[in-house]
Each structure stands twice: as structure tokens, then as C-alpha cells.
Design a protein around this ligand. Structure first.
Ligand SMILES: *[C@@H]1O[C@H](CO)[C@@H](O)[C@H](O)[C@H]1NC(C)=O
Ligand SMILES: *[C@@H]1O[C@H](CO)[C@@H](O)[C@H](O)[C@H]1NC(C)=O
Ligand SMILES: *[C@@H]1O[C@H](CO)[C@@H](O)[C@H](O)[C@H]1NC(C)=O
Length: 465
């Protein structure tokens, strides 16, 4: 019996070694700490429901998400659906199209301690790779598998976008005209460019990639909307709007497109139009975190607009406030990891003079250490503004703007923190208040900004010889 146990242990080890060789979601370094699992699951289910293309990629990643949520049985059911879709859409290439699905099967069975079934799927993958590559080792890198990894990475958030772009680039080396690979590449570039903007980094040139993706995927209005948003970024709003209008005609009921269309109009300042589109999207996907978040932002924007009037319409403001709070609370409820709705909600409470609730919201994110630097700087900026403009505390405002500035990464938020604190300090100095501290803090601002000369001058002011 001892021997049997030992033999069994050895095969379990070698099984693990084989599993680690597989190309599938379990070996792609996708961490559950980086996503809100519930929200991700919801998003994939919505996509399956509305997209016209076949669902293989979605069912594969869904099986992995189910595993992360400790529901392996549900994971297996989704893999079965992936298999059915493969049989329906690629009856002539079952082995080639099933590698990721079978890899996920093997891993889920392994986690369920059903080692024989796991081994069966490992063997299926290994044998198929040998056949497909025509070599005994069976090492093979199929472009479809690269692309599938790219799609998975894109779903796991910002940290993964650069790797996603590389995957699509690799896939394109084998098939430069493949519509799906071009779509993935363009989407990854678009998202990287969005991040670069917040990071104050050089832009990623994604206009050409988007144009090419649209050309190769003429029916895909999601890509059309991204092209429109890119043109808007490049200040070619009118051309962009023509694409949005075209998309609205073609797929008036595809939520993935509607969200981007709404985003386009919100950024253009046509908030009522954005709200109407978002309401349609919400009717189609009532649990979408993105739609709730965008609605919250639109209502917040409307409140700010109305409050600019000398006599704001009180009742309307109150109503909008309730809507904004409802939608932002829903977002937090559905994806507590997502950080920006906390300061958005904090800002809304502040607009309604509900300062305690605002404070509570900001405190929830100020102390979190899982938030990327660039986002944290924006949170400090928002909280600094809250202290400055609502709580009328210049010293606290300065303290928090400085926190944002002390984080070294150059970003939009850091720049805003720097400008805000510099302005505040200069005002203080002009009014002859808090002279010495104001000067030394200003010196620190310049030092943190690398303006050595000004730091020296400011020091000279403080200690006049
Ligand atoms: C994707 O899955 C959904 C839900 O099962 C189904 O209605 C739809 O027809 C599938 N898409 C394709 C192209 O098979
Ligand atoms: C685009 O959609 C039209 C109408 O539904 C269809 O006839 C055409 O085959 C589609 N083109 C592609 C490339 O999928
Ligand atoms: C466009 O393609 C992307 C990538 O395959 C997909 O996620 C999206 O749902 C598609 N949009 C439409 C409208 O078909």
C-alpha cells in the first residue's frame, strides 16, 4: 500500500509539471486580487448574451472565473458550453480550437482532486500539440492561443494591458490580416493610451490601429465607438460623432457600444443625451458596473452645472443627488475593489453639504494600499479639494495635496496637486500668513518637482541674510 501511495504521489507531481506546461488561463498569471470577480462574471455573462460572434473565448475565461470563485462544478459546465460552441463553429478544427478549453478542464479536475480526468485532458492537449506541430516535443505557439491570452489579460485590468498588447502583436506576426487579432491589438493600444494620459506619458499611437481594426471588422460597432473616442481625444469631434451616429443606427441595442457612445456624449458635454443612452443600456444590462458608474458621473456633472446658477433649482438638484448616490452606491456594492466611485461619491455628498458621509467615503480609499499610484494621487487631489473648498481647511488641503505630490510618479493627478498647493501657499504668503512654514513647504514643493533653483531662492527668502 505504501508503494501505491508513493507511486500515486509521484504521478501527482508529474501531473503538476505537465499542467504548468499548458497554455491556458491557469498558467497566464491572472490574479484574482486584481479584479472584482462578481463584476467580471457579470460582464462576461452580459457579453455572451449580446454578442453575435461565437462564445468560446467567453466560456473559457468564465470557467476560470468560476474556479476563482470556488465553484469548480460551474466552471466545468462552462467548459462544456465552450466545447459545444467549438463543435458548432469549427467542426473541422476541433483539436486546434480546443487547446485552451482542455487545458482549463485539466486544471479544474486537478483542483477537484480528480487526477485521472485531469491526466486525460493533459494527454489530449499534448497529443494534439504533437500532431499540430509535427514534432515529438509538441512545442507549438498557435496565434489563436496567443490572442486568447490577450483577451483574458484585457479583462483583468490596467496592470495587464501591456502584456495583452504583446500577445496580439505576436499573433499578428503569423496572421497580419486576422480581424480578431487586429481588434485585440487596437483595443489594447487604446486602453494603454488612456493610461498614458493619466500617467503624463507619451501617447500611444492607436489611431491607425483602430482604423485598420474597423476596416477588417466592418460590423463591429464597439471598435467604431473606440475610433470615435480616439478622434475626440485628438479634437476631431465632428468626425468622431459621425461614427457614433452610424453605430447608433447599426446596433441601437448592443450595450457594449452604447456605453462608449454615452461616454462620447458625456465628454462632449451633452450629458442629457448621454443619460438617455445609458438608460437604454441599463435596461439591457441592469447589473453593469460601468453603466451605473457612468450614470453616477453624468448626474454629478449635472448637479455641478445647476449649482453654478445664482438660484439653483433646489428640488431638481435634490433629485439628481439621490440618483447620483444610488448609482455610485450600486457600483461600490457590486465591485468594492473599484476605487474611483468612492471619491466620486465623496464629491457628490460634499456638493450636498453632507460632509460626514463625504468624509467617510474618502477615508475608505485614503487608507487602502492596493490602489495604483496614479489613482492614489487623484484621490489625494480630490480629498485636498474637499478640505479646501468644502471644509475650508487650508492646512489639511495642503497636507493632502502634498501627499499626492510626494508620490513620485509623474501623473495628471500629481500635476494638479502640485499646482493647487503652490497656489494656496503663494496666496498665504501674499496675505502674510504662516510665513515661515509656507515658505519652507513651498521650497519642498519645488524640490519635489525638481526645480532646484526655485528651492534655493525660496530658502533665501525664508532666511534673509
Ligand atoms: C452565444 O451564447 C448565447 C447564449 O447561450 C447564444 O444565445 C448565442 O447564440 C451564442 N452565440 C453564437 C454565435 O453561437
Ligand atoms: C456584416 O453584417 C451583414 C448584415 O448583417 C452581413 O451580411 C455581413 O456578412 C457581415 N459582414 C461580416 C464581415 O461579418
Ligand atoms: C467587437 O469585437 C470585440 C472583440 O471581439 C467584442 O468584444 C465586441 O463585443 C464586438 N462588438 C460588436 C458590436 O460586435
Amino acid at each position: 500500500a505504501a508503494e501505491e501511495t508513493q507511486g500515486y504521489t509521484i504521478s501527482k507531481d508529474s501531473l503538476k509539471t505537465s499542467l504548468l506546461q499548458l497554455e491556458c488561463h491557469f498558467t497566464w498569471d491572472l490574479h484574482k486580487e486584481d479584479v472584482g470577480l462578481e463584476a467580471l462574471e457579470e460582464r462576461i455573462l452580459d457579453h455572451i448574451k449580446f454578442v453575435k460572434e461565437c462564445n468560446i473565448t467567453d466560456y473559457n475565461i468564465l470557467s476560470y472565473v468560476c474556479h476563482l470563485k470556488n465553484s469548480n462544478e460551474e466552471g466545468l459546465r462552462n467548459l462544456q458550453k465552450a466545447e459545444e460552441a467549438i463543435q458548432e463553429h469549427h467542426p473541422g478544427e476541433i483539436a486546434r480550437r480546443s487547446l485552451v478549453t482542455w487545458g482549463n478542464y485539466a486544471w479544474i479536475y486537478y483542483h477537484m482532486q480528480r487526477y485521472e480526468e485531469a491526466q486525460t485532458y493533459v494527454s489530449k492537449v499534448e497529443n494534439s500539440c504533437k500532431k499540430l506541430s509535427g514534432t515529438a516535443l509538441g512545442k507549438i505557439q498557435l496565434p489563436e492561443v496567443c490572442a486568447e491570452q490577450g483577451w483574458a489579460l484585457l479583462r483583468f485590468g490596467e496592470k495587464y494591458y501591456e502584456r495583452a498588447k504583446n500577445c496580439f502583436e505576436n499573433a499578428l506576426k503569423s496572421e497580419p490580416d486576422n480581424p480578431d487579432f487586429n481588434a485585440g491589438y487596437a483595443i489594447a493600444m487604446f486602453r494603454l493610451e488612456g493610461c498614458a494620459w493619466w500617467n503624463n506619458e507619451e501617447m500611444w499611437p492607436c489611431l491607425e490601429a483602430l482604423k485598420r481594426a474597423v476596416e477588417l471588422n466592418p460590423n463591429n460597432t464597439t471598435l467604431l465607438a473606440l475610433l470615435a473616442l480616439e478622434l475626440q481625444r485628438l479634437k476631431q469631434t465632428n468626425e468622431g460623432e459621425r461614427y457614433i451616429e452610424k453605430g447608433l443606427q447599426k446596433t441601437p441595442d448592443f450595450p457594449g457600444f452604447l456605453r462608449y457612445a454615452a461616454s462620447f456624449y458625456r465628454k462632449k458635454g451633452e450629458v442629457d443625451k448621454a443619460v438617455n443612452i445609458l438608460k437604454e443600456a441599463l435596461a439591457l444590462t441592469p447589473n453593469s458596473v460601468t453603466v451605473h458608474h457612468q450614470l453616477g458621473l453624468c448626474y454629478k456633472f449635472k448637479i455641478i452645472q445647476l449649482k453654478k446658477a445664482r438660484y439653483p433649482p433646489q428640488e431638481e438638484v435634490e433629485n439628481l443627488m439621490e440618483f447620483a448616490i444610488f448609482h455610485l452606491k450600486t457600483v461600490i456594492d457590486k465591485n468594492p475593489l473599484f476605487y474611483s466611485p468612492y471619491s466620486d461619491l465623496g464629491n457628490v455628498y460634499a456638493l450636498g453639504k453632507r460632509y460626514e458621509e463625504a468624509e467617510e467615503m474618502f477615508q475608505k480609499v485614503l487608507h487602502r494600499n492596493d490602489i495604483p499610484c496614479v489613482a492614489k494621487q487623484l484621490i489625494y487631489l480630490n480629498y485636498g479639494n474637499f478640505q479646501h473648498f468644502h471644509m475650508k481647511s487650508e492646512s489639511k488641503a495642503i497636507e493632502y495635496y502634498m501627499e499626492g505630490l510626494k508620490m513620485e510618479k509623474d501623473s495628471y493627478g500629481r500635476k494638479q496637486c502640485s499646482e493647487a498647493v503652490e497656489k494656496l501657499l503663494k496666496q498665504k504668503i501674499e496675505r502674510g500668513l504662516g510665513h515661515a512654514t509656507a515658505f519652507s513647504t513651498l521650497g519642498l514643493v519645488h524640490k519635489l518637482n525638481g526645480k532646484k533653483q526655485e528651492a534655493i531662492e525660496s530658502k533665501a527668502h525664508k532666511n534673509p541674510v
